[in-house]
Design a protein around this ligand. Structure first.
Ligand code: 5GP
Ligand code: MG
Length: 501
């Protein structure tokens, strides 16, 4: 997963400080690398590197990033590598000085890269599907524009929309995409299923409208832009450098299938995605799970509900209310440990959970505790947490996951380990319970999760739930693809290195 942002500001202003602030707000979507690319009338300015936003940019960098239009990106690597060369935004000078920031994952990038090489004579220098996407857009822009008279004068909206139509025909997978044409304008594109989020906002500056695009609405809030709307699946919106806006549906109608994991874990709770508040969805996840516990196990003597910070909190609170049981913070998280690096000779992940979380024994001692987390992936976190609860004196430890068992890889941009590493892979619920050492374990049903994310059916939406049910909305995923993906997964994978929380 990644975070993207794009801004068309008032002509003559310098927007890099605003992009920087926006990236800080999107930092949760990727901590691996960050970048900003800005444009004046005729030039671009670029800074990107591995690291957190606050480490990548110093004052001098922000000052050098000139222009009233630009893109920003925070990276969370998926199947590709994590070299600095793969930090976005990407830029190519031909044609028109084109740059992109991409969130998502193309599932046909291998074929696409071959095609781009053979048919379009474009060379891709990294493993990144995003570089393939940049070159695809460049090739199609070139093709459409050169089919018209006098390329340099003929770049108009229609040319760009046609190029996007071709891009939709050739790219498969998920892509929320912000592209910029130097001195000309910014283009926002969402794949035909709208798998990853992308929204648009505006504000007035000196009586003129400025436009901001971002992965999540929280960036609009913090930068004081008004939400205009979400970008529709298959749609492209163009904002010219002078503020002129146009949009077009660039693909035949496809079903909107946003990724449900955004609501489970990924997005900030203060974001609204496609009209659905992430916070409300998480409260509802807790409420429906609480109801199921009451129905299925009214005999359980739960003394206290304890969330796994931070991701389990919102649902845990509502779950406790539903059960009529006390909610207590029993784990304290060290908020200054971002990524836990593996020191030589250390026994990897177990210890990293311990370094990140500590228990308050009073909340566990002699009690039957229900621990609530948003999801269980490998189960390392939950296993360690159950042990910690027991060492803190818990009588019984029950565990609730607000999402169903993760048993399929997410191919649309969420970095997940190989299938055999999932704790739920080929295991029954009781085997998982025993593996994590809990006295009782409950997972959310997929049906209930979907109902929670549509706020009890008040919102109409069909989601991509592939990591739970293996149904891949954009198609073309077979076991050969999944095996290749898993073998490509390097030790540098974010999921491997990070202590989950
Ligand atoms: P595991 O079961 O793999 O040990 O870890 C589960 C924890 O990982 C949960 O607390 C959940 O919040 C977190 N988690 C789920 N998906 C992701 C992800 O894509 N990235 C990161 N960093 N953490 C995740
Ligand atoms: Mg968590």
């Amino acid at each position: 997963m990644c975070g993207i942002i794009g801004l068309v500001g008032l002509e003559g202003t310098r927007i890099s400080p605003t992009l920087y602030d926006g990236l800080l707000v999107l930092q949760h979507r990727g901590q691996d690398a960050a970048g900003i690319l800005t444009s004046t009338e005729s030039r671009v300015f670029h800074r990107r590197a591995n690291g957190l936003v606050r480490d990548v940019f110093q004052m001098k960098h922000i000052e050098l990033l000139q222009g009233s239009m630009g893109l920003g990106h925070v990276r969370y690597p998926t199947a590709g590598g994590s070299s600095a060369a793969e930090a976005q935004p990407f830029y190519t000078n031909s044609p028109f000085g084109l740059s992109i920031a991409h969130n998502g994952n193309l599932t046909n990038s291998e074929e696409l890269i071959n095609d781009l090489h053979r048919k379009d004579h474009r060379r891709i220098n990294t493993d990144s599907d995003s570089e393939a996407l940049l070159n695809l857009l460049a090739a199609e822009l070139q093709r459409v524009a050169s089919g018209r008279k006098g390329i340099s004068e003929s770049l108009d909206e229609d040319t760009v929309f046609q190029a996007i139509e071709r891009l939709h025909e050739r790219a498969v997978g998920s892509y929320s995409l912000l592209a910029m044409i130097t001195g000309w304008g910014l283009i926002a594109v969402r794949d035909i299923h709208g798998i990853r989020p992308l929204c648009m906002g505006s504000r007035y500056n000196d009586g003129q409208k400025e436009y901001l695009f971002a992965s999540e609405s929280v960036a609009l809030d913090v930068l004081e832009f008004q939400m205009e709307r979400d970008i529709e699946p298959g749609e492209a919106v163009i904002v010219r450098s002078n503020g002129k806006v146009s949009s077009r549906m660039c693909a035949p109608a496809a079903e909107h299938r946003p990724c449900i994991f955004e609501h489970v874990y990924f997005s900030r709770p203060d974001s609204t995605i496609d009209g659905i508040s992430v916070h409300e969805a998480r409260l509802e996840m807790g409420r429906v799970l609480g109801q199921r516990i009451l129905e299925e196990r009214p005999d359980l003597q739960i003394d206290v509900v304890v969330p796994v910070p931070d991701s389990g909190r919102i649902a845990a609170l509502e779950l406790a209310t539903t059960l009529g049981v006390q909610y207590r913070e029993g784990f304290v998280k060290n908020r200054y440990i971002g990524r836990t690096f593996i020191m030589p000779g250390q026994s990897v992940r177990k210890d990293s959970v311990r370094k990140k979380l500590n228990t308050i024994s009073n909340e566990f001692n002699g009690k039957n505790v229900l621990i609530v987390d948003d999801s269980i992936v490998r189960g390392n976190t939950s296993k360690r947490i159950v042990q910690m609860a027991r060492s803190a004196g818990a009588e019984k430890v029950f565990f609730a996951s607000c999402a169903p068992p993760v048993i399929h890889p997410n191919v649309y941009g969420i970095d997940m380990p190989a299938r055999h590493e999932y704790i739920a892979y080929n295991r029954s619920i009781d085997e998982i319970r025993s593996e994590i050492g809990a006295d009782w374990l409950i997972y959310q049903n997929l049906e209930d999760l979907v109902s929670a994310c549509t706020l009890g059916g008040n919102q109409k939406m069909t989601f991509d739930c592939s990591c739970f049910n293996g149904e891949y909305v954009a198609g073309n995923i077979d076991s050969a693809y999944l095996e290749k993906l898993e073998s490509k997964r390097k030790d540098g994978s974010k999921y491997r290195q990070q202590a989950m929380t």
